[in-house]
Design a protein around this ligand. Structure first.
Ligand code: GLY
Length: 565
């Protein structure tokens, strides 16, 4: 039955998928030889096929990255950016930063009007909203340095799916339909994502010939196939036609950067995560360093004590994020201090029985310590011990909703992740400071938190999520749910979550995530209860190396799938 959902070219692949490994229940998917978890069921099959054909976790991650640009266009992308955290079987860990960059024509006050007011419509819509895309450079860098298969092989499934089409799911048809008015504004987007006569329906074939050609150009010319020549011309033309200021040099000069991961440890587990320009890894490790001072037992989960402590920690962490995190190629981030056990202890000591109002919490004072040292996520682990945690984004769902005419992919609206004006919130309600001000060629701060947790030096959890600022609290709670609350990985990502980000001063929570008495207790402690909303969509893997079992878990809030082999 499953086979009928996909295009002809995928029939073959599905015939080889072992039914034993398909997700079908509330339990994690179990497998012995590797695991792939993505937001797109088709991409999960592509990833596991690459592993079966002797590809490693990086090959599979790159194939998935290109595939979700076709099968999950709301967030999978060629026109956006992201981060990849890699742990290799030889024990080394590294990260690849392919975050978008401000074009060279960008300037600090570009989103302020004549009276100095922030005009958010400009940082979220139109050509000015787009940063120079990084995804293609990032995936190609990862493949060339850490993959084992040729590009032609890992990109081919994406090309076939764009050329031959794939069958729309109910959720994807519904999602396209809900953006019809916006897509209709742009002729290039209208050609692909607009269906004037009748709404998109579940079961229809969705074909993207222009996107197939772009992917073919990447296959034959590599990075130059996207960042130079015809595709680059199309990108510059589309961005500038819509009020942006891209140049060919912006594209030609774009480079993915390999950076050291940020490292921490929590109750004996090692945390490997993404450093600046993402604030995610720092915020995660800083939170865990403070939370380590508290004892939690499984019975504490969901209690006002649990929610109070984590929320108070997050207030300090987000205050530090707002002040200190920026692109390290431009600003000095006091990483050593932010990641230190000292800073964690300082936060711990400031937490009492009652909530401290956000206005009384300010970013910590940096101490010089001795040097020691709408987005989507997918996780891959192979049998050899390689693991890859990747989060990619266009920022808003479908980015700025503008398709590059002739090239068939959507552009990001990542410029909104800069702090357009100090202390004025962006679309996620996040404020920032000078560290994240707009500068030409700078990368905007992110909350993406692709993370690998190691146990005895081997990957234990591979985890990450979309969700803007809520990514940080989502990944934090997933890790705590496993380590502190003893949940299996499916339980850990399924149970309701909550979120605090210092400003606005409120605890948001999920449906069934806060009982009446817990809410009343939190209000009594001085907390402000926020809104009920969906928080994150985790795609995660847990590995038991002793028994060589991989557990895959796709968030029920998404339409993803865990696929083992
Ligand atoms: N665009 C969301 C983030 O990078 O945090």
């Amino acid at each position: 039955m499953q086979i009928l959902k996909y295009s002809k070219s995928f029939l073959l692949i599905f015939l080889f998928v072992s039914s034993f490994s398909l997700a079908a229940s509330g339990h994690p998917v179990r497998a012995e030889n590797g695991m792939v978890v993505t937001p797109s069921d088709i991409a999960s099959v592509v990833g596991s096929e690459i592993l079966k054909e002797n590809g490693n976790a990086v090959d599979a991650a790159v194939a998935i990255g290109f595939t979700i640009a076709v099968t999950y266009p709301a967030a999978g992308n060629l026109g956006g950016g992201g981060f990849m955290v890699i742990h290799l079987a030889d024990g080394e860990s590294t990260t690849i930063d392919f975050r978008e960059k401000a074009p060279m024509a960008a300037y600090r006050n570009m989103f302020l009007n004549d009276s100095g007011r922030f005009v958010q419509s400009k940082s979220l819509t139109g050509g000015l909203a787009s940063g120079v895309p990084g995804t293609v450079a990032g995936l190609l860098y990862a493949l060339q340095k850490y993959g084992s298969l040729p590009l032609a092989k890992v990109i081919q499934p994406a090309i076939d799916l764009a050329k031959d089409g794939f069958i729309l799911s109910y959720q994807m048809a519904k999602s396209f339909n809900s953006y019809q008015k916006i897509f209709a504004k742009y002729p290039s987007s209208k050609k692909i994502f607009h269906s004037p006569e009748h709404p998109f329906v579940e079961g229809e074939l969705f074909v993207q010939p222009d996107l197939a050609k772009t992917l073919e150009a990447i296959k034959t010319k590599g990075k130059a196939g996207f960042y130079e020549g015809k595709i680059a011309q199309m990108i510059v033309a589309e961005v500038n036609k819509n009020g942006g200021k891209f140049s060919f040099q912006d594209l030609k000069n774009y480079k993915a950067v390999e950076r050291k991961p940020v490292l921490g440890n929590y109750r004996g587990y090692e945390i490997v995560s993404m450093g600046p320009p993402s604030a995610g890894g720092i915020a995660l490790i800083e939170s865990l360093n403070a939370l380590e001072h508290f004892n939690f037992s499984p019975e504490d989960w969901g209690s006002s004590h649990h929610i109070h402590i984590v929320s108070e920690v997050l207030k300090h962490v987000f205050a530090d994020r707002a002040k200190y995190v920026g692109d390290e190629d431009f600003v000095n981030v006091p990483k050593v201090w932010l990641l230190s056990k000292e800073r964690g202890e300082e936060i711990f000591k400031s937490i009492g029985k009652r909530a401290v109002p956000s206005k009384l919490i300010s970013p910590g004072k940096v101490k010089i310590l001795k040097e020691s040292s709408e987005t989507t996520h997918f996780s891959v682990a192979d049998a050899e011990g390689n693991a890859v945690s990747t989060t990619v984004t266009l920022n808003s769902l479908y980015g700025n909703k503008i398709v590059v005419d002739g090239a068939g992919f959507l552009l990001n609206n990542e410029m909104d992740d800069f702090s357009a004006k100090p202390s004025v919130p962006n679309q996620f309600g996040l404020t920032g400071s000078e560290a994240n001000s707009i500068q030409p060629g700078k990368r905007m701060v992110s909350s993406m938190t692709p993370t690998i947790v190691l146990k005895d030096d081997k990957p234990f959890l591979v985890v990450g999520s979309p969700g803007g600022s809520t990514i940080i609290s989502t990944v934090l709670q997933t890790i705590m749910n496993v380590i502190d609350f003893k949940m299996n990985i499916q339980e850990a990502i399924t149970v309701p979550r909550f979120h605090h980000q210092w400003l606005p001063e409120r605890i948001d929570y999920e449906k069934y995530g806060m009982t009446k008495d817990v809410k009343e207790n939190l209000i009594r402690l001085g907390h402000h209860i926020g809104i009920k909303r969906v928080l994150g969509r985790v795609q995660a893997i847990e590995i038991d190396w002793q028994n060589h079992v991989f557990y895959g878990a796709s968030d029920p809030r998404s339409n993803g799938m865990a696929e083992g082999l």
